[in-house]
Design a protein around this ligand. Structure first.
Ligand SMILES: C[S@@+](CC[C@H](N)C(=O)[O-])C[C@H]1O[C@@H](n2cnc3c(N)ncnc32)[C@H](O)[C@@H]1O
Length: 192
């Protein structure tokens, strides 16, 4: 799927497969893994059409979700899809370039970093880590397929070099996405 320049097939696939079938199944597992209290301040970095955001918003009944994307097209889709959630706000643009006067308990990243140029991946994670509150965590789910994805060693290396320590990880498989690395990281003592 081409997220930057979507065509009609991308939009249909996103709606029929991702939104209706794939994301609900994946998000049930991810939310269980995250063990949220429901009052956290969460950012979803690269929310796309909001397939994951919808499930996070439901879980944060006493918290808040900030959906961030650089694509106006996909952020508008997310806004429409989630108009009934009062605890969600939307930010268009590259938050890693702007100083945000806000800290997050969790930054959720699903299928975003592998699409960035290799030279930008580490600095993006470093910038996001700087937006974490004390005790904050990063959820990262990235494809690890040879053709479209990034190696597990790169994901783990990038997180550790950014001062994050792994709490938990596993490997998942889904239609359209293929094999993914799913990990939860918190700020390491050295990374403080
Ligand atoms: C493959 S989609 C994944 C969307 C969503 N996370 C999901 O799993 O359905 C990647 C998204 O990341 C966004 N993106 C890419 N670079 C970004 C950046 N620097 N800041 C924010 N969003 C970005 C793209 O516009 C796209 O919507």
């Amino acid at each position: 799927m081409t997220y930057e320049d979507p065509n009609i097939m991308d939009v249909i696939l996103e709606k029929l497969l991702l939104d209706m079938f794939i994301s609900p199944r994946l998000m049930r597992k991810y939310i269980k893994m995250l063990d949220l209290r429901g009052d956290e301040n969460v950012m979803e970095f690269g929310c796309g059409a909001g397939n994951s955001s919808r499930w996070l918003a439901k879980e944060l009944s006493r918290g808040a979700l900030t959906c961030v994307d650089i694509s106006e097209f996909w952020l508008d889709k997310a806004k429409k899809r989630m108009r009934k959630y009062a605890n969600v706000r939307y930010m268009l643009g590259d938050v890693t370039k702007n100083e945000m006067n806000e800290k997050f308990d969790l930054i959720f990243i699903h299928q975003v970093i592998h699409d960035l140029p290799k030279s930008k991946r580490q600095e993006t994670i470093m910038a996001l880590k700087g937006m974490l509150a004390k005790g904050g965590r990063i959820f990262i789910g990235e494809p690890i397929n040879m053709g479209h994805g990034m190696p597990v060693s790169e994901i783990e290396g990038m997180m550790e070099s950014s001062g994050m320590k792994e709490d938990n990880h596993y490997f998942d498989k889904a239609l359209l996405i293929g094999q993914s690395y799913i990990g939860v990281y918190s700020i390491s003592e050295q990374g403080n």
